[in-house]
Write a protein that binds this ligand. Structure first.
Ligand code: 5AD
Ligand code: FES
Length: 370
């Protein structure tokens, strides 16, 4: 493909699978720059100049699942398990709301016991009560990222948050290729995962009134450009509001080490291309710059913003918990406290021509139009 043909594809508003695969596979520097510029331009046009913060609270690393790529999977006995107290969790959310964060994301390993489900309800009630203010009359926005649950549990949590019209959930389907999904999740004897079930969870979340976010890992061993193209088609089919995507990274505690990882530079470019093409094809959805981008390059999240992301998830977990929540190796900011992370990020965002959307919850425009 020459530059004129590339410019032609980039000016389209609908894309064939062949266009998508071609764009995903770009490696030439100038070609990639053209893709980036078009994705950034469309992001400004569709989403405005703001990047929204979702403060990430990694509330527990206890997990009943055994996803083979994940550093905190159940079978990794080298990890010391922790759960933050309700007071610690609420304190972080209140801090975030005072700082002007429009929303927080509560994430943890997957558990199904009643004690955990009720614990989350209590946290949600208290966060709602304690973050209501004239600036945030409904309290700080909340996104949950707590794994596969039943529709009943999703409904209980939505109710507990006191603000069911703004509750959100993130559950990546990781890959739309069933064989690859199976390879990633098949460890006999544990809470095994099934791709169709993950899709069913995403549909249940929609029925329960959530803004729904999903995503994939990029550069999984054995994954092809055609697989990534199908991932994008699946985002379209699911009609999601938010997408979070990042590179697959090796992790010492995972069970895929033997399969290796793509070479970092190529992996980074593929991840950025995936973000940009998702922006071109999906239009007005929120796309988060995954922290995993920053594990490859210090300015990885800023590059994500240049390629079409409009959300970042600063880590709000207190420093003492961060080492216990390493889904992959080289996790950035392990030694930092939340105050440091937040101030460092704003200047990074401004350096790439964007503004932080302070005190704005940043609902996806796709959701608002629904
Ligand atoms: N590399 C990259 N991303 C990972 N995740 C988990 N483990 C890894 C890894 N080794 C991502 C998954 C999960 C999200 C919470 O973190 O996509 O959905
Ligand atoms: Fe449970 Fe990763 S396998 S959080």
């Amino acid at each position: 493909m020459n530059r004129t043909q590339l410019a032609g594809i980039l000016s389209q508003t609908t894309f064939s699978d062949e266009d998508i695969v071609q764009l995903l596979g770009l490696t030439d520097l100038e070609d990639c720059r053209m893709l980036k510029d078009e994705a950034f331009r469309r992001t400004t046009e569709l989403m405005g100049p703001y990047v929204y913060y979702r403060g990430l609270i990694e509330l527990s690393n206890i997990c009943t699942a055994n996803c083979r790529y994940c550093g905190i999977r159940k079978a990794n006995h080298a990890v010391k398990r922790y759960t933050m107290t309700k007071e610690e969790i609420v304190e972080q959310a209140v801090w975030a709301a005072r700082q002007g964060y429009g929303s927080v994301c509560l994430q943890s390993g997957e558990r199904h016991d009643e004690k955990f489900i009720e614990f989350i309800c209590e946290c949600l009630r208290e966060i709602h009560e304690k973050t209501k203010s004239p600036l945030l009359p409904n309290g700080v926005g909340v996104t949950l990222s707590l794994g596969d649950q039943t529709e009943e549990v999703y409904r209980r949590w939505a109710k507990a948050c006191g603000n069911p019209e703004s509750i959100r959930y993130l559950a990546r389907f990781e890959t739309s290729n069933p064989e690859l999904f199976h390879m990633l999740h098949s460890t006999p004897g544990t809470n095994e995962k099934n791709l169709e079930h993950r899709f069913e969870c995403l549909r249940a979340l929609r029925r329960a009134g959530y803004q729904v976010g999903t995503g994939v890992m990029i550069g999984i061993p054995g994954q092809t450009l055609e697989d990534l193209c199908r991932d994008i088609r699946t985002f379209q089919k699911l009609d999601v509001d938010m997408i979070g995507m990042g590179p697959y990274l090796r992790s010492e505690g995972n069970d895929l080490e033997a399969l290796g990882q793509m070479e970092p530079k190529a992996l980074m470019q593929l991840a950025l291309n995936m973000i940009a093409v998702t922006r071109l094809v999906l239009g007005p959805v929120n796309i988060a710059a995954a922290t995993a981008l920053q594990a490859i390059r210090d300015d990885g999240r800023e590059l994500g913003i240049e390629y079409g992301c409009n959300v970042v998830m600063p880590n709000l977990s207190p420093q003492r918990f961060r080492k216990g929540y390493q889904l992959y190796d080289n996790k950035p900011c392990l030694e930092d406290e939340p105050t440091h992370c937040a101030s460092c990020l704003e200047s990074r965002i401004q350096s790439r021509g964007r503004e932080v959307g302070w005190n704005m919850s940043g609902s996806s425009r796709r959701y608002l139009r629904r």
